[in-house]
Write a new protein. Structure first.
Length: 405
């Protein structure tokens, strides 16, 4: 009897793909829908929109993926370290042999998705400075045109219009009706705010609705509403009818009113109050003007008493001028007399020093001819010299006959 062949007893070998496919089928059959809790780690968000991350606890970890279609439905932003509860299926990624959790839903563990999304949005907007007090603008004192963004069928519009026209019947109110709750409400509210900005005449905008549950008010927590309020050129009053929680619209708006009624009271003063203020201001202004007029009148009277007649002032000046002229003439005459006396004294003294004065006392001057030299020494003369003798009156020509020493 022939021995059995070795190859006939061996089992049929599976290919890697066959084995991976069988494992994949088993996993998807037994773990087609599971709920698993864990911590998000190594989160990646590529441009495709899919979410890739690791779900782990203290001892184990599992690769996970959430495709774009499911990720786009999340109401919060997943991040590393966040505890979540995930619904999905477990399968094998046969190309790499990786065991993966394919997530279809995700909820924060211990905190609602809506609340977490709201807290994340508030943190992001606060980091951008949208809640900063310094960017808040003052409301106009007396707006002539007011825009209102709310639902036409709600009680809020009735309350706003009632208060506005009670306080000031001469206002112009432009109503931009929108949905204030439900799918698409946030987008409509944002578009309404932009429309009123484009209108060009609106000076302040009231955005809000009446009271409601937290879910009813969720439209005022949407980012699109926050961006529209932040970029509004016209100051905005948020009038969401709730007292307990602050909505994102409350935090971004320039002013927050607890109710639509309070918003209407906030944006426009009472007409009667304005009339009273104007009357009081008018009376105060009249009193001030009267006091000022009386003060100026007293000053005019005071200066009028001190002011002299121009004719009298001219007469005084003329009198002073005449007196000055007389004084100058007298002084000039005295100075002239003193000068004449001094001149006479000098003339007399000079005459006394003149040789002619000496001649008048019997002396004469003798000069040689024709040289004209003055003769002071007889020894220098010789008989026969011609001389000219000058007397006090007249001259004579003489000839030397004899010289005596």
């Amino acid at each position: 009897m022939a021995a059995p062949s070795l190859w006939s007893t061996r089992p049929v070998a599976l290919s890697v793909t066959d084995l991976a496919t069988r494992i994949q089928g088993t996993l998807e059959a037994d773990f087609n829908e599971v709920w698993v809790a864990g911590e998000v780690s190594s989160l990646r968000t590529p441009s495709s929109g899919h979410l890739y991350f690791t779900l782990k606890d203290e001892r184990s970890q599992l690769r996970a993926v959430m495709f774009r279609g499911y990720a786009g439905l999340l109401r919060f932003r997943p991040e590393d370290g966040l505890e979540v509860v995930i619904k999905g299926r477990v399968s094998l990624y046969t190309a790499r042999g990786d065991l993966q959790l394919y997530a279809t839903t995700m909820e924060p563990r211990g905190l609602g998705a809506q609340q977490l999304a709201l807290e994340q949005l508030k943190s992001a907007l606060a980091a951008e400075g949208l809640f900063a007090p310094e960017r808040k603008r003052p409301l106009p004192f007396f707006p002539r045109c007011i825009g209102v963004v709310t639902a036409l069928g709600g009680a809020a519009i009735h309350d706003i219009l009632t208060i506005l026209y009670e306080r000031c019947p001469y206002l112009r109110v432009i109503i931009r009706s929108t949905k204030v709750q439900g799918v698409g409400a946030g987008t409509e509210i944002a578009a309404a705010v932009r429309d009123l900005n484009d209108h060009g005449e609106v000076e302040v905008i009231i955005v809000g609705r009446g009271g409601g549950s937290r879910e009813d008010l969720s439209a005022f927590n949407e980012e699109v509403v926050a961006r529209a309020l932040a970029t509004s050129v016209v100051p905005v009053v948020a009038a969401v009818g709730h007292e307990i929680d602050l909505s994102v619209a409350d935090l971004v708006a320039d002013r927050r009113a607890p109710t639509p009624t309070a918003a209407a009271e906030m944006v426009v003063p009472r007409w009667e109050d304005l009339r009273t203020q104007v009357g009081a201001g008018e009376r105060a202004l009249v009193a001030v003007m009267r006091r000022l007029l009386m003060t100026r009148r007293n000053m005019v009277l005071h200066f009028g008493k001190r002011l002299q007649s121009p004719q009298r002032q001219v007469a005084i000046l003329r009198r002073d001028l005449s007196a000055t002229l007389m004084h100058l003439q007298t002084a000039f005459q005295r100075r002239e007399e003193r000068a004449r006396g001094r001149l006479q004294e000098l003339s007399t003294a000079l005459h006394g020093l003149s040789p002619l004065a000496v001649l008048g006392r019997g002396y004469s001057l003798t000069r040689t001819l024709p040289e004209g030299k003055l003769v002071t020494d007889a020894t220098k003369l010789t008989p026969g010299d011609q001389l000219r003798v000058t007397f006090a009156t007249g001259e004579a020509r003489v000839r030397v006959e004899e010289v005596s020493i």
